[in-house]
Design a protein around this ligand. Structure first.
Ligand code: SF4
Length: 363
């Protein structure tokens, strides 16, 4: 497998990159509301969503209170692409997207005539940060013979530079299809997902060197130790986790695929290697099962994220209310850029429709 600039992909953690550290410094943990305050904000937000013909669209990794409010007000909880597609198909005038910035941008690209707001514009993603358009574009220019495939966790500008946008649930099929046509590929930004795709398709892939600070922390040895305590447990992992974790997992898939597997597998004990926010949905759907977070501790542990995305955590009820009340934090994508970014997105949607695959997003 080829890797970035012909060099082996970096062994250091994504959270150690200066640009990622700088963004992490800006994260703020929202204040925990007392129960009366919480009831009051939920009630005001419910009314405001109705008055403004707005829909709340939340990711599985956001706070459980936000997920509940989205569902109770006929909004939506899901993965990134499902969120964008719900927004596109909704008749709401305003979409308020609780997630990270690239999700707001994707929603805006698919719904250019709607107003898209976010509780905070500081909620970003280490994959997006580590793939800046100028550097990425130069890299693509240096390898013009390669088809550019990017993951959904990228800026609108990076999507606009790509030939294909993919989510984790359709990445294998798209790359296999391209490889069968004899195409060589640039994959960005997640190196772990890219390695997983390369291993399972044997495609000729040049990898960008970036990672998710949350999934990169899961430890294979920690999971092996946990399996000694729970020998009958199934391990479900997101493909952004390191290869050693994926090798010992029973199911590797997107957030939606993890939820499906948790429901369908006969196992009662389930070890999950993705953001802890997903546990809210898992426990709602299969309340009788025992879900455990995969260890992020153990040898070489740094536990900078502890299976909890600091950017997803910035989405609070109060910030959601203030954003919708004051029409703050609007997502704007320049029209020409949105049109360009729509091309590889639409290519993925068409491919999925032709293959009769259901496209599910990821983090
Ligand atoms: S969990 Fe990882 S991939 Fe998802 S938004 Fe956070 S940093 Fe990005």
């Amino acid at each position: 497998m080829s890797v970035l600039n012909g060099q082996p992909a970096s062994e250091s953690l994504a959270s150690e990159l200066k640009v990622v550290r700088d963004h992490l410094k800006k994260t703020k943990t929202p204040k925990v509301l007392a129960s009366e305050e919480r009831v009051s904000v939920v009630s005001k937000l419910t009314k405001l969503l109705d008055d403004k013909r707005a829909k709340l669209i939340a990711h599985y990794y956001t706070d459980s209170l936000i997920q509940d409010l989205a569902e109770e007000t006929n909004g939506f909880v899901g993965d990134s692409l499902e969120m964008a597609r719900f927004g596109r198909d909704s008749d709401a005038e305003i979409l308020i997207v609780a997630g990270v910035k690239f999700m707001g941008e994707t929603a805006k690209i698919l719904s250019p005539l709607k107003t898209v707001l976010m509780p905070t514009l500081d909620a970003t993603c280490s994959l997006d940060i580590a793939c800046p358009i100028d550097r990425f574009s130069r890299f693509c220019d240096e390898h013009k013979d390669r088809t550019v495939v990017v993951y959904a966790n990228t800026s609108a500008a990076v999507k606009a530079r790509a030939d294909w946008v993919v989510t984790s649930s359709i990445a294998l099929e798209v790359v296999e299809h391209l490889s069968d046509r004899g195409e060589k590929i640039i994959w960005a930004p997640d190196k772990h997902l890219g390695s997983y795709v390369q291993k399972n398709t044997n495609a000729d892939i040049l990898l960008w060197d970036a990672a998710c600070i949350v999934h990169e922390e899961f430890k294979a040895q920690g999971i092996r130790d946990m399996k000694k305590m729970y020998p009958a447990a199934a391990v479900l992992a997101h493909p952004e986790a390191p290869g050693a974790v994926l090798e010992i997992s029973d199911v590797v898939g997107s957030t939606t695929q993890i939820i499906q597997a948790a429901k369908n597998l006969p196992h009662n004990d389930i070890i999950v290697a993705t953001d802890q926010g997903i546990f809210h949905k898992l426990r709602k759907i299969v309340p009788h099962k025992n879900f455990m977070i995969a260890p992020t501790a153990g040898h070489d542990a740094t536990c900078r994220s502890c299976a909890n995305c600091p950017w997803m955590s910035m989405n609070s009820l109060q910030a959601t209310y203030e954003s919708l009340m004051n029409s703050n934090n609007e997502i704007r994508v320049e029209k020409e850029l949105a049109v360009k970014a729509m091309v590889p997105l639409q290519r993925m949607l068409d491919f999925a429709a032709n293959q009769q695959l259901e496209v599910k997003g990821r983090a």
